[in-house]
Write a protein that binds this ligand. Structure first.
Ligand code: BJW
Length: 244
């Protein structure tokens, strides 16, 4: 793959860079993307039907068990060269904001610092009634376990379809998108809102938009540069061009 020199220069001269990541950046860590077919026991379920408050209300055990399975898979996985390239890019940049839709904690595990987690984190648990974080509970084998305070069901601290994102977190993401010189959209299908709006917000500014993805997305035509390929390979190559 050839990386355009002008793109490299834009990244080197940028004072404020935003990277928005989606499930594709973790694909090379062995974590299936959200819209990819699920594996094993879960292959008959569509994630879009499980990641909703309605699904949890109807069948809390099914949804809890799905997240337990994913948490276990994720806890065994490691950051890949794409995650590490973004750590390097942050070190090279005056102001760098990493906005992720992923709940897998891999950016943090890789060493990224300024992370905005739009859709929460699978390693945190909250009470579905009180909406408060819970660190310890009794009967760990029950599915789902109960809140030690109100006995309501516990659930993962992630944002499901039809739920509002934390307004402060969304505001931080919007502010970063409004003010950046370069916006990278990496490994996301750009189908889910409000995350999919962030590159559009950035485009109102005179910034450079870059997409890294093996496939086209609804916002590909908005981009100044489209780097087609796996993010681990493309980002590593990009960093080699920046550092040399
Ligand atoms: C690679 C690669 C490699 C592969 N390298 N790339 C109609 C129009 C507009 C909006 C709506 C609408 N109807 C409903 C809505 C709102 C809804 C929405 O956007 N729905 C769309 C599906 C249309 N949004 C919401 O509900 C949000 N809340 C909200 O809007 O609140 C207001 C409201 C309140 C009440 C009622 C209605 C609205 C909340 C969205 C929360 C999303 N949550 C999830 C689950 C998180 C927990 C979990 O993971 O279980 O977040 S859904 C899921 O999608 C997950 C992801 O973060 C998110 C984005 O997916 P992502 O990351 O893009 O993954 P994929 O799988 O889609 O794509 C992977 C990409 O990687 C692909 O492009 C591949 O090509 C690529 N790839 N290998 C690089 N190696």
């Amino acid at each position: 793959m050839r990386i355009p020199k002008r793109l490299v220069n834009d990244l080197i001269s940028a004072k404020k860079i935003v990277a928005l990541t989606g499930a594709g950046i973790s694909a090379e860590s062995g974590i299936p993307t959200f819209r990819e077919a699920q594996t094993g026991l879960w292959s008959k379920y569509d994630p879009q039907d499980l990641a909703t408050p309605q699904a949890f209300k109807k069948n809390p055990k099914l949804v809890w068990d799905w997240y337990s399975w994913r948490r276990e898979l994720i806890s065994k996985s490691h950051p890949n060269p794409g995650h590490y390239a973004l750590v390097e890019l942050e070190k090279q940049t005056q102001s760098f904001t990493l906005i992720t839709q992923n709940i897998d904690n891999l950016h943090s595990k890789a060493g990224s610092k300024n992370i905005v987690e739009l859709h929460g984190n699978i390693f945190r648990t909250k009470c579905s009634i009180e909406n408060t974080l819970v660190n310890k509970w009794d009967q760990p084998r029950s599915s789902p376990p109960r809140c030690p305070n109100c006995r309501g069901y516990l659930r993962p601290d992630v944002v499901w379809f039809n739920e509002n994102l934390d307004p402060k977190i969304l505001q931080a993401a919007v502010k970063a998108a409004e003010n950046c010189d370069v916006f990278l959209s990496i490994g996301t299908s750009s189908l889910v809102y409000p995350a999919a709006n962030l590159p559009i917000i950035a485009s109102h500014n005179d910034c450079t938009l870059i997409e890294i993805n093996p496939s086209s997305t609804p916002i590909t035509s908005l981009m100044d540069y489209v780097l087609k390929g796996a993010s681990g390979i493309v980002l590593q190559k990009l960093m080699e061009c920046i550092i040399q």
